[in-house]
Design a protein around this ligand. Structure first.
Ligand code: PMV
Length: 336
């Protein structure tokens, strides 16, 4: 029985060990396992209602004046593709009215595909009267083509393991609850707007880098180190591996053929500011996804200090304070 209209939200996540490179692009099966922290306030909120096949899908998003407008461009194409995969996988031929909006500044250049597709997978399942397990939901989110969405269906600390170690559908799994380790993520926005090369394209090119094979050899050791750091809630152990991972993702991107440049001059200025903070005794460690913005991980007690230092760094447009969060949830306020 379909419940009519409903609204859910799902969070973004920040990877400690990055998914970079794709083994099967059609199924979004990554070349390597990854580990992430789910965020709390950077979320996508999505309202879904079932429509008849004859009516077709209707997809909207929030315009700059706060009113809903028809979605266009890459956002529209991504949602249409995902709706198609969801229909196919769930064995349903219904159509949907979908409206989606991000809690974080619309054009902040932050990865919204993980939160957006996790929310869409959950909203569509529920609108069809299904109650998928988190493993099933992880698979449904992955089928969007944005693999990191597979991790956004769970709260706390999440590992998306090797296909050999996970169950059918290749789901991500929670490795620690959010309460286990209260960690802050202070995000320095240095670039607004979409990046020039999508992560989809970056994944496809990754294996053309001469450093890609070496990365695969180094990853097992890093995964062990990050699992241990999470288990022991030890930022001093996590930090160096976190920065090594972020730099290596960009090393692979820069040495792909053709090369991909995601960093801006302000990215380096922020990395320097983070090193300086450490020099002055603040435990803060940086990571970046496939973009120019920098996430700085620190304890909640250091968050204010880190945010002020980042805001004072040249080229930083905005600072967002987020923290480890509890995963997707139902929302009471509908978008239409
Ligand atoms: O989920 P995708 O296809 O957008 O790829 C995510 C890639 C990174 O954000 C760079 C790394 C990760 O593991 O989240």
């Amino acid at each position: 029985m379909s419940p009519g209209k409903l609204t859910v939200s799902a969070p973004a996540n920040i990877a400690f060990v990055k998914y970079w490179g794709v083994a099967d692009p059609a199924e979004a099966i990554p070349s390597n396992p990854s580990i992430s922290m789910t965020l709390e306030t950077c979320r996508s909120r999505t309202t879904v209602a079932v429509r008849s096949r004859r009516e077709g899908d209707r997809i909207s998003t929030m315009g700059s004046d706060g009113a809903l407008v028809p979605a266009s461009g890459a956002l529209r194409r991504g949602i249409e593709r995902h709706l198609g995969r969801l229909r196919e996988t769930l064995g349903e031929d219904a159509c949907f009215e979908v409206a989606t909006v991000n809690s974080f500044p619309a054009a902040a250049g932050l990865a919204s595909s993980a939160s957006g597709f996790a929310a869409l997978a959950l909203g569509v399942s529920r609108a069809l009267g299904r109650e998928p397990s988190t493993s099933e939901l992880s698979e449904l989110a992955r089928l969007s083509g944005s693999g990191s969405a597979a991790r956004s269906v769970l709260g706390g600390y999440v590992e998306w393991p090797d296909p050999g170690r996970s169950g059918p559908g290749y789901p991500a799994a929670q490795i620690a609850l959010p309460e286990h380790w209260p960690l802050s993520d202070v995000i320095a926005v240095v670039e607004r707007g979409p990046k020039e090369v999508s992560s989809r394209q970056g994944h496809l090119l990754a294996s053309t880098s001469p450093h890609f094979a070496r990365r695969q050899e180094l990853l097992p050791g890093r995964l062990v180190a990050v699992r241990l750091a999470v288990a022991e809630a030890d930022l001093g152990r996590l930090g160096p591996v976190l920065e090594e991972e972020a730099v290596e993702l960009h090393l692979i991107a820069l040495s792909s053929r053709p090369p991909i440049f995601y960093w801006k001059p302000a990215t380096l200025a922020v990395l320097e500011a983070v090193r300086n903070m450490r020099g002055e005794g603040t435990a803060a460690w940086a990571t970046m996804d496939a973009g120019a913005n920098v996430h700085v991980l620190c304890s909640p007690t250091a968050e204010g200090r880190v945010a002020r230092a980042l805001a004072a760094t040249e080229g930083v447009l905005e600072v967002l304070c987020d923290r480890v969060g509890s995963g997707p949830r139902d929302e009471e306020v509908h978008l239409f």
